[in-house]
Write a protein that binds this ligand. Structure first.
Ligand code: GDP
Ligand code: MG
Length: 181
């Protein structure tokens, strides 16, 4: 049933994208960079923010939800009708990579996210000491994912690197899914 609704919305060239990740990963800064808002005016997200981006004729509704530990129990309120989950990782935060992996694994077991694809944004790639994509891919055990279509892309909300590529993948994947199911 849900997949039928998703399909209808995709045909209408509209998508619902849920952006999650640990606090401080750079989610809000990424969204601001995508819509050309001032990235130096970001404060921790307490509730959620919805921003709509027009990308190649598609309307991408991006839900940016706060990631602090106390807020993570509310994530489930946003799962319904999600086409793509964007999981944002702070690639300078080695200490919390395991925490990051645990949270992601929990999400991928959520029934209401089963039809969604996964884009992992390896953010803060502008920092020279940051983990590379392989480290993050291994740290999050991405190769073990069998339930979702996924992709990891190195990006930086500061320089803008990788963000357009990420949105391109989100769209491309959605178009392919229209033919698959
Ligand atoms: N160097 C660097 N810092 C970033 C990048 N993205 C976000 N930040 C910084 O990381 C901090 C947290 O960003 P924020 O967007 O609030 O994270 P959120 O909690 O995931 O929404 C802020 O100080 C940002 O300026 C990035 O790509 N590179
Ligand atoms: Mg935020």
């Amino acid at each position: 049933m849900l997949s039928v609704l998703r399909k209808a919305r995709l045909k209408d060239k509209e998508m619902r994208i849920l952006m999650l990740g640990l606090d401080n990963a750079g989610k809000t800064t990424i969204v601001k960079r995508m819509i050309n808002e001032d990235i130096y005016e970001v404060s921790p997200t307490l509730g959620f923010i919805i921003k709509t981006i027009d990308h190649e004729g598609y309307k991408l509704n991006i839900w940016d939800v706060g990631g602090q530990k106390t807020l993570r129990t509310y994530w489930k309120n946003y799962f319904e009708k999600t086409d793509t989950l964007i999981w944002v990782v702070d690639s300078t935060d080695r200490d919390r990579l395991e925490d990051c992996s645990t949270e992601l694994k929990g999400l991928l077991m959520e029934e209401r996210l089963m039809g969604a694809s996964l884009l992992v944004f390896k953010n803060k790639s502008d920092v020279t000491s940051a983990m590379d994509a392989n480290e993050v891919r291994e740290g999050l055990s991405l190769d073990e994912i069998k339930t979702h279509r996924w992709k990891i892309i190195a990006c930086s909300a500061m320089t803008g690197q990788g963000l357009a590529e990420g949105l391109d993948w989100v769209l491309q994947d959605a178009k392919e899914r229209l033919f698959l199911y």
